[in-house]
Design a protein around this ligand. Structure first.
Ligand code: ZN
Length: 1071
């Protein structure tokens, strides 16, 4: 026989230990005769090499042409938090919940791989791998590096976590993948080839084209697809497809994508984990229960059945499961035998493999593949079991993740701007980056983890962001605002409960509140800002020293209650017991990648502009009934009308076009099923599954005496409540083209023992013909058709839940001329259940577990310091626009980018006079004559290290799709040098999306043959809308440059880059 690890380079791949065969034939003569293969028997030659007690299995097989090849892919699926926290899973603590310890998985796999060079293993979750790796000795690290080099250990997927695909934003998906990929590159010099999203509950277009093809992956595998879809795919042999996820990038960003045959486990008889109750291979005929023939037969039977569902003669078996291989020997020893005896049998060929080897074999087969567009949402595993609840589950955690996403990007920019010496032991963004990467996990931001794990995640986010806020304290004077070094800038993380001690300080004469407003976008932005204050008459001075208009608006009633609850519960020290009385509102004009500073002080008689007090109109419904009238908000480019009798929104009018659209807004709740229904009696609504008891959404009416209108020159607001536990503020800022709705939902009452899933609905008379559009991870919009799927004839048993889709940017519908659009501030579920109508699910409180593993009802509570608990209250914001399609499309993209990357605030109270002089009240990192085109956004600007060399990772995105906007769905040109006014670019390297390889050195994309396409490879050349490669040495003036004065660094224009619609480019820049 061959030596271990020595591949047979001749063509008889199936040759196995002949001496063993002879021995075996003696015992199994009758059975082996069924085997089709005639294997030579050279007993004497090999006799000495085989003895009982020193049994050697031949595991060296490669793929064999002309046979069914079964690629055995040893793997473990390690959730970075679910029933236990990430650290508990790593260490193996809290085993009473679940026996799982990833440290032993990696320990034992590495030992098992050293035993036999043919054995292979893939490892996925870098959060665990990094924990393990940094505690290994240099000797062990060398061994592992060797295993990686030999291809025995392969990193697959390679992100910090296996991100969710519904509740994640593409910017965060890219970030968490980059964190894993760069670490792998630095430690091992390799770049993962294969996407491995085997557990997420539905699959997104952005995953396929952006986090797949554009990342440089050659393929992407997953396990979960709708049960009806899967049925058809098995029949049609369309389990594996070429997936074009982007209309804009087309075939240039297509990828081979495969649904696994048997979830991500082997058929249960071949699960070899330590706790498996299956009979293991018993191949010693002297012992009882010898079972080799039965197991080989069973294996061959499974394989032959599976082969009916897949193209080519290559099949993949995922040999592993959740947290499997804690004792790797049971798996590998059994697989050694499996491979040995199956190949001896000869009907099919089994081999140790990885997804990469499998993919290369598929590619070599030169088969044609069906084309797939769109995505794999929503996911149902049975008729009444749509996994569409988790689009909204733990809405507050989802909101926290999204809020910190924008905060992290802004913090990284500031970290880069203030320089590297900060990194030497000082506070930095690393911890928040890791926490955010962890939260992208499919049991993280998805909301499908146990409560104690959700708490652990939230704590990690809080600790990470608290450290980041210290950066502001260390910002050197050259950059920031004041000469006094003992005055620190403070961030207010609790603005969501209107808690900000610094801004709430009573300001006597002689003291000023300094507010620094930072803009992380590459455009100048003018936006209304607000924060809580206590003083009534204030004057706001802008960065140029001008007194500017401001307005006071009272806090909504719900704000006081929440603030009290959280201040009580969390021992937040309040300087005095006074509560803030107002939100101070004013317009901030902030330069790109920069800040501006405002000084706020008590207005004196000489003040030119004093904060405008509000005019309120409190009306009870009864009062209105006596004098029916319409309440109108008219401050913006859109105007809202509310019914005088019901208090409900009735109409939206576009002041520019003069066109009015009937628009009702309402709240209602679905009754989450307790599972005791006639059909499928065990399916309750829970953390994963949305299953309303009926299709009825029970309405909440605007309650009596509930509506208050506040007017002023800058903003108009309607405060209204629909129930003691549900209220909202609708506001329109001056000249705004949208309405902003701030909702407060909770504590959802459960004293009637009914679980509730709370929804807001917007109803218009637009004839949308069942069609609506939802975003894919905050990027492309996909068309949805109610009660329909693109890939099969849908049978809908759940008319509500089966039409829900995940939103991260928003949702819209349209008729011939007009779009109704809603943008969201976090991941939520949404749908259009009737024509002209959109709905968002905002919060869920449920009383039963839905049987998908988490083992808890989604019933979040919060407790005060006396231990009194109540249901969690969720606050959030959504934005409504109705307008002509072109305007609406622009608004969705541009305003959506502002929602994603909001202005960031820092506060300080300074004494007036010498100490408080603001040194540089305004700053922009960019060339003062430059801003990015409106269709380009900065996604990432981050200082990174390659072998101790500091570089800047810059990611730019064209945020428009093809055919979306007449004026902005175009290629855009960016001058990289103009982004950095004070530094001269020394070198720019365009790199892959996860910044782990040079673009120029990336593997060439595989050219797949698509079923029905004219000729092989043809389709991949028709559509290559990527922007030109970097234009170098072609000095020219960019039209965006308004004014290039002498000596202006703008004149250097050799770093121009072009971004086609929906294109993202990543650069590593050295200065
Ligand atoms: Zn999982």
């Amino acid at each position: 026989m061959m030596k271990r690890g020595e591949k047979n380079h001749h063509h008889h791949h199936h040759v196995i230990n002949p001496s063993f065969l002879c021995f075996w034939l003696l015992f199994m003569l009758g059975w082996i005769s069924r085997s089709s293969n005639s294997i030579g028997c050279n007993a004497q030659e090999e006799e000495e090499k085989f003895r009982f007690g020193a049994r050697v299995y031949n595991t060296s097989s490669d793929a064999v042409s002309g046979k069914l090849n079964v690629h055995l892919v040893p793997h473990t699926h390690d959730d970075v938090g679910w029933l236990k926290t990430v650290d508990q899973y790593f260490i193996g603590s809290n085993n009473s919940i679940q026996v799982a310890a990833v440290q032993y998985v990696l320990d034992s796999v590495v030992a098992a791989l050293q035993e036999d060079r043919n054995r292979k293993f893939i490892y996925v979750e870098q959060a665990f791998f990094q924990r393990w790796w940094r505690e290994q000795t240099p000797r062990k690290q060398k061994i592992v590096q060797k295993l990686v080099k030999r291809g025995q250990l392969e990193f697959i997927n390679g992100g910090y976590s296996m991100h969710d695909e519904a509740a994640t934003h593409y910017v965060d998906m890219i970030d968490q993948t980059t964190l894993g990929h760069r670490y792998i590159k630095q430690q091992f010099g390799v770049t993962p080839r294969i996407g491995w999203q085997i557990d997420p509950f539905g699959h997104s277009a952005v995953q396929a084209y952006l986090l797949g093809a554009e990342l440089g992956f050659d393929a992407f595998f997953f396990a979960r697809a709708d049960y009806q879809d899967l049925q058809k795919r098995r029949k049609d042999q369309t389990m594996e497809v070429i997936w074009q996820g982007s209309k804009s990038l087309g075939s240039s960003a297509q990828i081979f994508a495969g649904v696994l045959s048997h979830h991500y486990e082997p058929p249960s008889a071949f699960s070899f984990d330590i706790d498996s109750t299956n009979p293991p291979f018993q191949d010693d005929p002297r012992l009882s229960d010898y079972n080799v023939p039965e197991l080989v037969d069973l294996f061959v039977e499974y394989v032959q059945n599976q082969s009916k569902e897949f193209r080519t003669n290559h099949l993949m078996w995922t040999m592993g499961d959740d947290f499997a291989y804690e004792y790797a020997n049971t798996w590998f020893k059994q697989m050694d035998k499996l491979i040995h005896y199956v190949n001896l049998d000869g009907r099919v060929n089994a081999l140790y493999s990885t997804p990469s080897i499998y993919l290369d074999a598929k590619y070599a087969a030169n088969e044609t593949w069906p084309l797939k567009t769109g995505d794999f949402f929503p996911y149902a595993d049975k008729a009444h079991c749509y996994w569409t609840g988790y689009f909204t589950s733990r809405s507050s955690l989802k909101g926290y993740v999204r809020k910190l996403s924008g905060f992290l990007q802004a913090a990284r920019q500031v970290e880069f701007l203030v320089g590297k010496n900060l990194r030497n032991g000082g506070p930095n963004t690393d911890k928040l980056e890791e926490a955010m990467a962890l939260l992208q996990h499919h049991d993280g931001v998805s909301g499908t983890e146990k409560q104690h794990v959700a708490n652990d995640y939230a704590e990690r986010l809080a600790v990470g962001s608290a450290e980041v806020s210290l950066i502001a304290k260390h910002i050197p004077m050259k950059l920031f605002v004041c000469k006094r070094t003992d005055s620190w800038l403070l961030q207010c993380f609790l603005l969501n409960i209107s808690y900000c001690p610094t801004s709430e300080t009573e300001l006597p004469f002689g003291k000023s509140l300094i507010v620094v407003v930072y803009n992380p976008l590459g455009w100048t932005r003018e936006e209304y800002v607000r924060f809580p204050v206590s003083s009534a008459a204030l004057e706001v001075i802008d960065g140029a020293g001008n007194s500017i208009p401001s307005q006071l608006v009272p806090l909504p009633k719900s704000a006081y209650r929440l603030r009290k609850l959280y201040v009580d519960g969390n021992d937040v020290s309040v300087a005095d017991n006074s509560l803030p009385r107002f939100h101070l509102v004013f317009s901030a004009v902030v330069p790109p990648l920069g800040y501006t500073t405002f000084r706020i002080h008590k207005a004196s008689s000489s003040s030119t502009t004093t904060s405008h007090p509000y005019v309120s109109m409190e009306s009870s419904t009864a009062e209105m009934l006596r004098a029916p009238s319409t309440v109108q908000l008219t401050s913006g480019q859109i105007e809202l009308s509310f019914s005088g009798t019901t208090g409900l929104l009735t109409q939206l009018r576009n002041a520019n076009t003069g066109k009015a659209t009937a628009l009702q807004q309402s709240y209602c709740w679905y009754n989450g099923s307790d599972g005791r229904t006639a059909e499928d009696p065990y399916q309750a609504s829970g953390a994963y599954v949305f299953r309303p008891n009926t299709s009825t959404c029970f309405p909440l009416k605007s309650s009596d005496e509930s509506m208050t209108v506040f007017r002023g020159p800058l903003v108009e607001e309607v405060h209204q409540s629909f129930a003691p536990w549900l209220s909202q503020v609708i506001r329109i800022y001056k000249d705004a083209e949208y309405a902003e709705v701030h909702f407060t939902v909770g504590p959802i009452p459960i004293d009637d023992s009914l679980g509730k899933e709370v929804v807001t609905r917007l109803t218009t008379n637009l004839t949308s013909n069942k069609e609506f559009y939802t975003d894919s991870n905050g990027r492309d919009f996909l068309k949805r058709v109610r009660d329909q799927r693109t890939d099969w004839d849908l049978i809908v048993k759940e008319p509500i839940a089966g039409n829900y889709y995940p939103l991260n940017l928003g949702i819209y519908l349209k008729d011939n001329t007009t779009d109704l659009s809603v943008l969201v501030d976090r991941a939520v579920g949404g749908s259009s259940i009737s024509d002209g109508e959109l709905e968002l699910m905002l919060h869920r409180r449920l009383l039963h577990d839905d049987g998908r593993g988490v083992g808890e009802a989604l019933n979040e509570t919060v407790c005060n310091s006396n231990g009194e608990c109540e249901g969690l209250t969720v606050q959030g914001t959504f934005y409504i626009n109705i307008g002509p399609s072109e305007q609406s499309a622009q608004w969705r993209r541009v305003h959506g980018q502002k929602v994603l990357m909001p202005l960031q605030f820092a506060f300080s109270v300074l004494e007036d006079g010498n100490g408080g002089v603001i040194q540089s009240p305004e700053f922009s990192a960019m060339n003062p004559h430059y801003e990015l085109p409106k269709n380009v956004a900065i996604l990432t600007l981050q200082e990174v290290y390659d072998d101790d060399d500091s570089k800047v990772l810059l990611r730019l995105a064209n945020i428009f799709e093809v055919e979306e906007s007449e004026s902005l769905s175009k290629s855009a040109t960016v001058d990289l040098q103009a982004l950095f006014s004070n530094r001269e670019i020394d070198e720019v390297e365009e790199v892959s999306l996860s910044a782990n390889q040079k673009k120029s050195e990336m593997r060439k994309k595989l050219q797949w043959r698509i079923e029905g396409a004219a000729a092989a490879g043809d389709s991949s050349h028709k559509n290559t809308p990527h922007g030109d490669p970097m234009i170098k040495n072609t000095p020219r003036r960019d039209p965006m440059i308004k004014n290039s004065s002498c000596g202006d660094p703008m004149i250097r224009t050799k770093y121009m880059v072009v971004l086609a619609p929906m294109e993202i480019k990543t650069f590593l820049i050295e200065f």
